[in-house]
Design a protein around this ligand. Structure first.
Ligand code: GAF
Length: 384
């Protein structure tokens, strides 16, 4: 759905035109998984798939929310009644953003919002962050709050952690708010310092596929939180603020230190090696050597599967089939437990590779995957 349709949808619903239309994208994470809540490095890029919001301010303390993807009348909420963990439906994400803005002292007095999204939900492609960021950006513009992208990302993370009750890191919201077309975002999640790294696959004759396994995942489920707690335990045992503080050069000595605790050993090893993988990928991209990142992506998958244990049979099948069919590298992306894998491949190999993955899923009796090409696209912006 384009900006005009969302604008018209708003007018039809609320009987008056919106003040503007905004967009915020979903993301793919190239490398740096489960590092963001360890103060580590990540490297996402924005998808062309985005959530659009047509918005108009109100001054009566009422928030009305409607989504083209959830038919029915708008949901009407009173700002004074917004309370953490009071809502288990999709409206918790936009309402949580309004709550977080007001909690931070920003003057938001109400809004009418109509949304429409092309970001697949539950696919590990940050549909929640896109929904949060588009609302935050619209209100930032309309209420002249003057917040920068990284500040909006922090507020959206707070909405998700406290209001929705999902203990996620900061990567997805920052990716949606700050990514740029044709680039991957090298982000230090400790201080949110960022570098835009040119990432032009087509110019090198390469393609990156997303394989949505259609196995739904949810971050508020316990497994994500358990990994997070396990990493915190590892940091405490090692006497550091966060696992980010352990240099890769100290890997062996560090693992000896926690060797008696098998689970902590695995979690710590993943985070330390994954941070190093991000730095290796950045260095290859800086020298224009895109093909060399393939094996690093695959190493990342092995680490997520065996050490962090967040993969699933469908993700492993997508990765293994892609590699057996000539991919340069492949890995699961996002939180895991379902969701999507990414595949880096030569342009000429894309069609046979896609067919091989579809055939492997059919043979295994899995739901057919949704396979599409990911092109690094623009971050959140005003459309109209
Ligand atoms: C999810 C979370 F939302 C992110 O913060 C991040 O931890 C990711 O899983 C794993 O890298 O997308």
């Amino acid at each position: 759905m384009g900006a005009l349709e969302v604008r018209d949808g708003f007018t039809e619903l609320y009987g008056t035109a919106p003040e503007g239309v905004w967009a915020a994208p979903g993301r793919v994470n190239l490398i740096g998984e489960h590092t963001d809540y360890n103060d580590g490095f990540v490297m996402p890029f924005a998808l062309p798939h985005a959530t659009l919001a047509a918005v108009a301010r109100r001054s009566d303390g009422v928030l009305r929310l409607h989504s083209a993807d959830a038919p029915g009348a708008p949901v009407e909420l009173r700002l004074a009644d917004l309370a953490p963990e009071s809502d288990r439906t999709w409206t918790a994400y936009p309402a949580g953003v309004v709550w977080a803005l007001r909690e931070a002292g920003h003057e938001v007095t109400g809004a009418d919002i109509h949304l429409s999204s092309t970001v697949p939900t539950g696919a590990g492609l940050s549909s929640s962050a896109a929904l949060e960021v588009v609302v935050a950006l619209a209100l930032n513009d309309l209420c002249a709050l003057g917040l920068k992208g990284w500040q909006l990302a922090r507020l959206c993370q707070r909405a998700e952690n406290v209001y929705v009750g999902a203990p996620t890191g900061i990567m997805d919201q920052t990716a949606s708010a700050c990514c740029e077309s044709g680039h991957a975002l090298f982000l230090d999640t400790r201080d949110l310092s960022q570098r835009q790294i040119p990432f032009d696959l087509a110019a090198e004759g390469l393609r990156l596929l997303v394989v949505d396994t259609r196995v739904k995942h949810a971050h508020s489920d316990g497994e994500y939180g358990k990994r997070r707690t396990g990493c915190e335990k590892g940091a405490a045992l090692l006497g550091v603020d966060a696992l980010r503080d352990v240099p890769y050069a100290d890997l062996d000595a560090t693992l000896k230190h926690v060797a008696e605790d098998e689970e902590t050993t695995r979690l710590v090893r993943h985070v330390i090696t994954e941070n190093a993988r991000v730095e290796r990928v950045v260095s290859h991209l800086r020298s224009g050597d895109l093909r060399s990142i393939g094996p690093i992506l695959t190493e990342g998958h092995t680490s997520l599967r065996d050490d962090f244990r967040v993969s699933c049979p469908e993700l492993d099948l997508a990765v293994d089939t892609a590699l057996a069919s000539g991919a340069l590298g492949a890995r699961m992306t996002g939180g895991g437990f379902g969701g999507s894998a990414i595949v880096l491949a030569e342009e000429a190999d894309i069609q046979p590779l896609t067919k091989a993955i579809e055939a492997a899923f059919a043979t295994a009796g899995h739901t057919p995957p949704r396979v599409f090409e990911a092109v690094p696209s623009a971050g959140a912006r005003r459309l109209a």
